[in-house]
Ligand binder design. Structure first.
Ligand code: ANZ
Ligand code: ZN
Length: 842
């Protein structure tokens, strides 16, 4: 018997209790059913879930529950991305130890997630800050070190003066720290790097196989990897006691004859040397100092003012022998290509602006064959103005003024010129990648310690496997000042060299938290394995992740790093897959009053309040109904009220009508037209929702279809005398099953009220998702249009399965049609299947 009043609190508590006590969502590592690994990006344990979490976890839960009902064997786990800055900041500000702060937050958030009724296998929980997990993060680090994929080098790093830490390029947004928004500076440090560049080509190739990833994400990944096909060209130097050459990288060797100067990066080692003993020496020194103080992002942005200074020296053009001035320019990066560029102002916009500013010559070497001739002053001209060109001509075209290559199409000339340079040993074809190695050192406490020991005789020695994990010490003061906090712990720093046993020093940097999250999804496969990170056999059963759900903000970094790790671990034979996520869904943000919900904007809605006030089912239903998953969700109080009202109406209808179902149900289920129409609507809804779920997860239209079906039922039962119990029972059962992935608690309760003994999500129940009967989708009758000489003259209602001949006869015998054709000869009667009859008469 159902209560008269919908009481989400009571129902949700009851079903969450049953699910967890009877371990409905525990995943065994084998099954006859096909497996399905559904995963949402795990949260950082900040202390409280927010609406963004509600949204992403509701999406993942609907997919998981739907797949369960479709007969899949699910893995749906949850964990905590629990190393990171906020814990340490809390330690500095509030004096709580990061471990305590983090574990307390995890406990609170676990309860919140449980109150949403998410179908997780909580026995597989993974927590990256615990030694049983980070021990394997350290193990991977050592394996990568042994393979030459982890190495140390001195490099200029982004330094946040407020967080006092190194930031990865990706953590710098418009020159500011991604977390605290302080302006980022530069600092030289010895740093650990992962050689992701060694995997650039495979990461790029892999994109082709990711056919179930959003195009937008793939484009961002490809751009980040940034493959450029071109050439390296040597420009001999014209300075005393140097017979060397300045090497440039270009993607446009076809424009070689238009190179009128060379630009090098301010950090380029030749910058100072070239200026030495020239009148430019002082100016170059000052310029370099000025640029070094700026951060790279803003310096090289397209909008940044192009600036530079002449070095006082020249290089020789490799094919024409011309003398070409060498400049230092702010937009040239040392880390990319060779750190030097042959400037072709006529065909490169940055060079064009630079030439305009410093009155450098512009020489056109590519003409658009379809347009008026471009003209710019030629090299050596006394008129240094940029001429009639308003911007660089960057499109392909035909070569002019290019010696023996004049007249060639530019695409063809790229190869020809490269070939010639190559033959003369003045250059060669070259592929460059924009992606840089991944700097993983952090001068922070709350992260995975890097398991390395420095010995004055043996050098850099990894901690032996059987001595892992290197445990984070607890005797570290949190002042928020200075370098690595671990360096403050004497006990930690002093360590015996594993090779020669004399005293050495431990590495005191910890790893970027992106390292932790680069393999957590693999750990869910065998979360308790103590002798290996991932059980390979179990991995073969569960991997890859079939569906990954998370925010678009992770489109580049997390996803790229996770793909990189997967490939490395594949090569180490830890796992057999080499792409981690078969299908990716990137959900939109939750917006309120036109801005992303955030504490700083003061526009947050607390999920606790929502769940307390309306229940988990309403919260889930609202967040799934309000927008398609990949679009932003605009918060709206009425929407929540609406979802709540809907569930109340559903409840009330079932309370009123669960009586008749106890009667035996006859077959066929319906004899009357109304009953047949109800069954038809039910089958159509099954079809619609199944398609929405299968295709791009259109949960919002699926919920809309459910609401429509509900209205049809409500209308049907409004006149009890016409209700046929069979038809109603079928529809009410179906409706509950269709509702169950979205609002699982109320669905279980209603299912029980229908007299069902096995709960919907009981793993022992057989496949439950309803199937539609194609026959039932069809109406009994159909309407056929009758035309006479192509003009609409009447309509015919006939049984759906009528044959063409009898329809034609019916049309000819129709009294209205008879009037139109009475004095005419019938030439032809055409029947268009299930649509129309056309009578040709005259
Ligand atoms: C001559 C040229 C002529 C270029 C032309 C472009 C157009 P992507 O596609 O990003 O690889 N370049 C090379 N190294 C650079 C560096 N370290 N810093 C800044 N710019 C650099 O771009 C390659 C092009 O960017 C190269 O081709 C070079 O300019 C410039 F009509 O060479 B080009
Ligand atoms: Zn040693």
């Amino acid at each position: 018997m159902l209560n008269n009043q919908y009481d989400p609190k009571a129902i949700e508590k009851k079903w969450q209790g049953i699910w967890s006590e009877q371990k409905y969502f525990k995943s065994e590592d084998a099954s006859d059913k096909p497996k399905y690994f559904c995963l949402e990006m795990f949260p950082y344990p900040s202390g409280k879930i927010h609406m963004g979490h509600v949204r992403v976890y509701a999406i993942g839960d609907v997919i998981s529950r739907y797949k369960r009902l479709r007969g899949f064997h699910l893995l749906h786990p949850m964990g905590w991305d629990s190393f990171g800055l906020p814990a340490e900041n809390a330690a500095i500000q509030k004096g709580i130890h990061p471990a305590e702060w983090t574990l307390r937050n995890i406990a609170a958030m676990r309860e919140q997630l449980k109150s949403m009724g998410l179908s997780y296998d909580w026995d597989r929980e993974v927590t990256t800050c615990l030694p049983d997990y980070y021990r394997w993060t350290q193990w991977f680090f050592i394996k990568m070190f042994e393979k030459g994929l982890a190495y140390k080098k001195k490099s200029s790093v982004n330094w946040c003066p407020s967080c006092l830490t190194v930031l990865a390029n990706e953590q710098v947004e418009e020159g500011k720290c991604w977390r605290c928004e302080s302006v980022v500076g530069q600092k030289e440090l010895e740093q650990w790097f992962f050689k992701i560049t060694a995997y650039a080509e495979r990461l790029l190739e892999g994109c082709e196989r990711l056919t179930h990833w959003p195009e937008r994400v793939l484009t961002m990944q490809k751009n980040w990897i940034g493959k450029s096909i071109g050439a390296e060209i040597d420009f001999p130097l014209e300075i005393e006691d140097s017979r060397g050459a300045l090497r440039v990288f270009t993607t446009r060797p076809d424009t070689l004859f238009g190179a009128t100067f060379i630009s090098i990066a301010p950090e380029h080692p030749l910058a100072v040397i070239l200026a030495r003993n020239t009148p430019q020496e002082k100016a170059v020194g000052a310029f370099i100092e000025k640029i070094k103080a700026q951060d790279k992002e803003s310096r090289t942005s397209e909008l940044a003012e192009k600036e530079g200074v002449f070095t006082g020296s020249y290089a020789i053009h490799p094919l024409t022998g011309w003398k070409i001035p060498i400049w230092v320019a702010n937009f040239v990066l040392l880390e990319y290509g060779t750190g030097a560029v042959m400037a072709v102002p006529a065909h490169d916009q940055r060079d064009f602006e630079f030439a305009g500013k410093y009155h450098l010559p512009v020489k056109v070497v590519i003409q658009n064959p379809e347009a008026a001739l471009l003209s710019g002053p030629v090299l050596g001209s006394t008129d240094p103005q940029v001429g009639p060109m308003r911007e660089a001509y960057i499109a392909p075209g035909v070569l002019v003024d290019s010696g023996p290559f004049t007249g060639l199409p530019s695409e063809e000339a790229k190869g020809k010129i490269t070939e010639r340079l190559s033959n003369e040993r003045k250059g060669k074809a070259k592929i460059n990648y924009r992606i840089r190695d991944w700097g993983v050192s952090r001068q922070r406490y709350w992260g995975t310690p890097i398991p390395m020991i420095y010995c004055k005789d043996c050098g850099t020695v990894p901690v032996p496997e059987d001595r892992l994990p290197v445990i984070l010490p607890t005797d570290v003061p949190f002042t928020g000042k200075g370098g690595s906090p671990l360096a403050e712990s004497e006990k930690f720093v002093r360590a015996e060299c594993p090779r020669c046993h004399q005293e050495g020093r431990r590495e005191t940097d910890t790893m970027d938290t992106f390292v932790d999250s680069s393999w957590y999804f693999l750990r869910y496969v065998s979360p308790h394995a103590t002798d290996r990170p991932v059980d390979r056999k179990k991995g073969e059963f569960w991997l890859p992740v079939d569906q990954y759900v998370g925010g678009i903000e992770h489109a580049v970094l997390h996803l790229l790093y996770a793909r990189f790790f997967t490939k490395v671990l594949h090569d180490l034979e830890v796992i057999s897959i080499d792409e981690p996520f078969s299908s990716l869904l990137t959900q939109g943000m939750v917006i309120k009053d036109g801005a992303k919900m955030s504490k700083s904007k003061g526009n947050v809605v607390d999920p606790d309040y929502l769940i307390h006030q309306y229940g988990a089912d309403t919260s889930r239903l609202f967040s799934l109904f309000a927008a398609p998953p990949e679009k932003d969700l605009e918060w709206n109080d009425q929407g929540v009220e609406g979802s709540y009202r809907f569930l109340n109406k559903v409840w009330n209808l079932y309370t009123a009508f669960h009586e008749p179902f106890n009667r035996t149900v006859s077959s066929p289920l319906a004899g009357r037209a109304e009953g047949k129409a109800l069954l038809r609507k039910t089958h159509q809804t099954i079809k619609k929702i199944t398609e929405d779920m299968e295709k791009d997860f259109h949960f919002n239209t699926a919920v809309a279809a459910l609401m429509e079906l509900f209205n049809t039922v409500a209308d049907y039962v409004s006149r009890p005398e016409r209700v046929e119990p069979g038809a109603l029972k079928f529809t009410l059962e179906t409706f509950v099953l269709l509702l169950s992935p979205f609002a699982p608690h109320i669905a279980e309760e209603l299912w029980e009220s229908l007299g069902e003994k096995t709960p919907i999500f009981d793993p022992r129940s057989v496949r439950l998702w309803p199937a539609f009967d194609p026959e039932e989708l069809i109406a009994d009758e159909m309407v056929i249009v009758i035309q006479v000489n192509g003009k609409l003259r009447g309509k015919l209602q006939v049984p759906y399965h009528s044959d063409g001949e009898s329809i034609k006869q019916n049309a000819l015998n129709d009294p209205k049609i008879k009037e139109w054709i009475q004095d005419k000869r019938i030439h032809k009667v055409i029947y268009v299947e299930k649509k129309l009859v056309n009578i040709v008469a005259g």
